[in-house]
Design a protein around this ligand. Structure first.
Ligand code: PMP
Length: 319
């Protein structure tokens, strides 16, 4: 069962828990005109055996939400932990018993003309909804390096998940799709590899994993951090954060994209150069299997990343 039939999806909107269908903003809202909002994307996974829904690394997501708020000079009235608890309540009261997606957003809410960050009313919402896979993760993606460059930290900081910045991602994604690729990889303004349109990236060469550093204008991804841990601790693969050149992608042994939405998406070719045998590589396959065990709350060592929603009792923390 995906959702209890008679329960409407609830959201938190500007201070109240209300049905999603009733949450509306005016057309002059500052964030709608000028992109002065920021958001998070969080997943919750349903574990049929446990009859439990787990939010994955929700606290870390809300801590990044707080960082985006600071960058955008938006004050949040709730702490990260309060937002985690509130999100659990929304999922529970909406009757969601399937994989789900959580979208919190903070924004400049005044309905005024004039671009700025200061002297504006700050508001936030949190929505929850049942949700499956964002991109096909059972086959390898064919990706293209975008002609659009990733925005620099002193243009629109990629480290903040800022709504306006996603126009940059949208340019890259649509260019890639319309040119026949599945996804885009963006370079930074110095020509080094940054990230996908909404995913971080791992490249594997000679049994070693490499991922661009946080100074390569990437979003500091939570899936990226998770995979760094799983690669090192569980797969015994060393991980280095270092600058990556475009043509390293052409000659690597394996490549994958990762993110909350995309999860773990193996790459089969870059700019028409085949990677490995063009299919899902052995590291990606092993990582996917471990990742899905972890996010579903089946690995006690990582159960502290999984917040149960459907009962108030927390799982014991085992390291
Ligand atoms: N980069 C960008 C631009 C993104 O939008 C996302 C998705 N949030 C990611 C990377 C991956 O981040 P995370 O693993 O925290 O979802």
């Amino acid at each position: 069962m995906e959702k209890e039939q008679d329960l409407p999806l609830l959201c938190y909107f500007e201070g109240n828990v209300i049905p999603l269908a009733d949450a509306k903003i005016g057309i002059l809202t500052h964030a709608f005109s000028y992109g002065t909002g920021f958001f998070e994307g969080i997943r919750a996974y349903y574990n049929e055996d446990h009859k439990q829904l787990y939010m994955f690394r929700a606290l870390e997501h809300y801590e990044r939400f707080e960082q985006s708020a600071r960058i955008l000079m938006i004050s949040l009235k709730k702490s990260a932990q309060e937002m985690v608890d509130l999100t659990g309540e929304l999922l529970r009261r909406s009757g969601i018993q399937s994989d789900a997606y959580i979208r919190p957003m903070g924004y400049k809410a005044d309905e005024v003309i004039g671009v700025r960050l200061h002297d504006l009313r700050d508001e936030m919402y949190i929505t929850v909804q049942p949700f499956g896979n964002y991109i096909d993760i059972d086959r390898a993606l064919n990706v293209g390096v975008s002609s659009w460059k990733r925005t620099d930290d002193n243009m629109i900081p990629a480290r903040g998940k800022i709504t306006g910045a996603y126009v940059n991602s949208a340019f890259a994604k649509s260019e890639a799709i319309l040119n026949g690729f599945d996804e885009a990889i963006m370079l930074d303004s110095e020509g080094h590899v940054s990230e996908g349109s909404a995913e971080n990236l791992f490249m594997f060469r000679n049994g070693v994993a490499y991922t661009p550093p946080v100074t390569s204008n990437i979003l500091e991804g939570i899936t990226r951090l998770t995979l760094m841990t799983l690669l090192r601790e569980d797969l015994g693969i060393p991980v280095y954060e270092r600058v990556i050149d475009r043509t390293e992608l052409y000659v690597c042994d394996e490549l994958l994209l990762c993110g909350t939405g995309a999860q773990i998406a193996p790459v089969g070719s870059v700019d028409h150069r085949q990677i490995g045998n063009g299919g899902v590589g052995p590291i990606a396959r092993a990582l996917q299997s471990r990742y899905f065990d972890v996010v579903k709350g089946n690995v006690p060592k990582y159960s502290h990343w999984c917040t149960p929603v459907l009962s108030e009792t927390r799982q014991p923390v085992t390291i």
